[in-house]
Design a protein around this ligand. Sequence first.
Ligand SMILES: Cc1cc2nc3c(=O)[nH]c(=O)nc-3n(C[C@H](O)[C@H](O)[C@H](O)COP(=O)(O)OP(=O)(O)OC[C@H]3O[C@@H](n4cnc5c(N)ncnc54)[C@H](O)[C@@H]3O)c2cc1C
Length: 386
Amino acid sequence: MTAREQNLSEIRDAVAKLCASFPMEYWRELDRERRYPTGFVRALTESGYLSCLIPEEYGGAGLGLSAAAAILEEIQRSGANGAACHAQMYTMGTVLRHCSEAQKKKYLPKIAKGELRLQAFGITEPSAGSDTSSIRTTAVRKGERYVVNGQKVWTSRAEHSDLMLLFARTTPRERVQKKTDGMSVFLVDMKAALGKGLTLRPIRTMINHATTEVFFDNLEVPAENLVGEEGKGFRCILDGMNAERILIGAECIGDARWFIAKATAYANERKVFGRPIGQNQGVQFPIARAYMATEAAALMVERATLLYESGKPCGPESNMAKQLAAEASWQAADMCLQTHGGFGFAEEYDVERKFRETRLYQIAPISTNLVLCYLAEHVLQLPRSY
Ligand SMILES: Cc1cc2nc3c(=O)[nH]c(=O)nc-3n(C[C@H](O)[C@H](O)[C@H](O)COP(=O)(O)OP(=O)(O)OC[C@H]3O[C@@H](n4cnc5c(N)ncnc54)[C@H](O)[C@@H]3O)c2cc1C
């Protein structure tokens, strides 16, 4: 085992131990009542896992993306749901590369200590959807402030976060040459803004995800909270997106491994017609297929992670990692439900909850078609289709 593998293996063991103290009944109850896993997120924060990507000089562990990926994979593999807090890791792709030194000094130590939570990332809008350059939320500079107006949708964890990374248009689309120009990123202090131009409205969904609509009505954001250069925000977001895709890919691998372990155990234990159902090839083969798809996807996640960590371009690999892993986890979810027969529908087996949860990754943070569009255009040089 290399030193890197040894480190990752120790992290995995420690995360698995932490997750074991939050039994499946904890997640079932939260899911039933659509409550946020405050205790779990606190435990992850206090143990330093959520700040693993924050450099040591700002109070974090200063680890690489592979450590973050191992942590999130292990959380999902235990049957838990890391979506409650994964944004604190994937926002770091943008924050570490584009925040000023002053912004990092102001926010990162507090995030590392758990005094501030950066869990909300507001990009998607109801009318723009996947066409990010069509966002209509505007931020207009007035002296030392920006005045923000507009609406976001699906801004997850906003009610449980102190800060939001907000993406808004600072120059109208018709006044820029490239439609991806003229947009900017801001760090919004949500606690200060609530009731003063910022309103949240929860959306009830098929999973327990604490997602919201966010309304901006003349919200004033200090100019010093602009991240990077005004009008160049798309670049900042893109830099963060590869990390996000890789981390979501790792979560999907964790989900897939949970489904495979759960199905294998059940197939060995459940007896019908006087023998374990797993003795039938009709039951074995889908498990073996899901295993094969998962191991292949895990290799792509690993490859994308290594490229990202060494600072090399990794757009295609990150997108493929996310897509292959999301497909593998969905294949494993469907297989696991089928293996459990009717019991797969019963809450107490946790299969139906994980089945619903892992389905999200076909849609968010980027839908499967848009990954294919990206590969077709940027890797295969086919005509742009959108
Ligand atoms: C539970 C949940 C949590 C989320 N959390 C966040 C969050 O925290 N922050 C945030 O900013 N966003 C968040 N999102 C939003 C998510 O990123 C979007 O839902 C996703 O990017 C897809 O956008 P859309 O829903 O508007 O779909 P649309 O863009 O309307 O697309 C609908 C369908 O049409 C397809 N489609 C669209 N255009 C094309 C095309 N040109 N070619 C082929 N197919 C196409 C898509 O693939 C999709 O299947 C979340 C979403 C959900 C459901």
